[in-house]
Design a protein around this ligand. Sequence first.
Ligand code: PRP
Ligand code: ADE
Length: 170
Amino acid sequence: MDLRSYIRDIPDFPKEGIVFFDITPLLGDGKAFGEAIDNLYEKFKDTGATKVLAAEARGFIFGAPLAYKMGIGFVPVRKPGKLPYKTVNVTYDLEYGSDTLCMHQDAVAEGEKVLVIDDLLATGGTAAGMLKLVQEVKGEIVGLGFLVQLGFLDGKDKLDEQGYTCLLTL
Ligand code: PRP
Ligand code: ADE
């Protein structure tokens, strides 16, 4: 199945000059969405991860079903003011702005194996932020995966050392 054909290019969203890659057609097709989750599962099923970690909002859409399929826990990384318990926080740059991400400080145990998932890799700011949160609580990153990477941005260079897997390059 050609998953690329389920991603729609929207010019000048959310700002002039940005092409937004809209994954909602893929989400809306049961077979395409299922294949995306199954493909991520095949790539990460043997990592020994005991948690999948992903950031709101789009990361949750891929991270949660993958955690379910792997039979492991899910850690939500959220924007400020959403998590009720004590948090660790990180501020990072986006393709179109900057943001802060937070995680409960007890969500990942010291030495626990963590798989970090997101829908899309652009500048790598979000992914680098999630890795930092895991490092802060001394978790072990055993995988980093995306549905899509934007090959024309520098996220891949930022994450080169860490290493990652993606299903599609645009
Ligand atoms: C998008 C996307 C990734 C991130 C990628 O999230 O879901 O998390 O941007 O960009 P980066 O590699 O430059 O960090 P966004 O912050 O737009 O939030 P959303 O998931 O709530 O739409
Ligand atoms: N997240 C960051 N940059 C993006 C883009 N160009 N399209 C979709 N999601 C994004």
